[in-house]
Design a binder for this molecule. Structure first.
Ligand code: HEC
Length: 138
């Protein structure tokens, strides 16, 4: 009986903590864990846990609008440092190195969400072929 009581208290404590701030729901490989931690410390309040967005606050970053082709690493860094009209600058909250980790984590999350297709990653190898095809078409 005593054990059961303690488990109950622990469970309530844990769910209490989870309710306070967005928690990472995704288990990422070790090399992306730092970026995930920084993201949850600095960005999640607005962009949501795992960058899936918060309806009222900020856009979802796991989106084709923000994959590397659409929104480069430099643009990401610039946005984080200086913000936009609606997003406050974060340069006092993250170091340059932490930003690098956050970008790595975001790119990984975008890949695992299948936003970057196989075609896109293979494109470089196929470039020559497609150029030829375009010429023939013209
Ligand atoms: C205080 C809330 C807040 C925090 C903290 C915040 N953002 Fe934002 N972010 C926003 C809002 C609001 C927008 C939408 C801005 C707009 O439409 O101009 C935004 C937009 C963005 C964009 C898209 C910009 C564009 O031009 O489309 C990126 C990328 C981004 N945030 C990344 C981050 C990252 C990474 C962090 C953490 C280092 C972060 N944000 C922290 C509120 C926030």
């Amino acid at each position: 009986m005593k054990n059961y009581g303690w488990n109950f208290i622990l469970l309530s404590l844990l769910s209490g903590i989870a309710a306070c701030s967005p928690q990472p729901t995704k288990d990422v490989p070790q090399e992306f864990k730092k970026g995930q931690e920084h993201f949850h410390r600095v960005c999640s309040n607005c962009h949501g846990s795992d960058a899936m967005g918060m309806e009222t606050k900020a856009p979802r970053l796991i989106d084709t609008d923000y994959i590397e082709k659409a929104f480069s690493n430099d643009e990401l860094r610039e946005t984080i440092l200086n913000g936009t009209d609606k997003m406050p600058p974060q340069k006092n909250n993250v170091s340059p190195n932490e930003i690098t980790e956050i970008i790595k984590y975001l790119r990984y999350s975008q890949k695992t969400a299948n936003l970057v297709t196989e075609d896109e990653t293979q494109e470089e190898d196929e470039d020559e072929e497609s150029v030829d095809e375009e010429k023939e078409g013209a």
